[in-house]
Ligand binder design. Structure first.
Ligand code: FES
Length: 99
């Protein structure tokens, strides 16, 4: 799912995904290789795969685990409160890469 910048108040769109571990994760919705929406990609185990050239970004750290992307994308904390998915734009997950 894509949360657009206008809705979140963050500087860019954010991709929110439901992973195979049952958790929700959020990453900047732009691949670090080229300007492609990661929300159009595919969740594979603990990664989000870019739909253009298939770099797989770790959902927890934002680090690409496969080429051609070499730079991480920013992560955002997602919490569940009273059954609602709450996105915390600009708040990186604790084990996120720093760049
Ligand atoms: S545009 Fe995402 S890996 Fe190339």
């Amino acid at each position: 799912m894509r949360v657009d910048a206008e809705t979140s108040g963050y500087s860019c769109d954010i991709a929110v995904v439901h992973a195979e571990d049952g958790q929700f994760y959020a990453l900047d919705d732009e691949c670090s290789h080229e300007s492609v929406a990661l929300s159009d990609g595919f969740v594979e185990e603990d990664t989000l795969e870019c739909p253009m050239h298939a770099s797989a970004f770790c959902l927890k750290t934002g680090v690409p685990e496969t080429l051609p992307a070499i730079s991480p994308v920013r992560t955002h904390v997602v919490s569940i409160e009273d059954g609602h998915i709450i996105l915390h734009p600009g708040t990186s997950q604790p084990d996120a890469a720093t760049s």
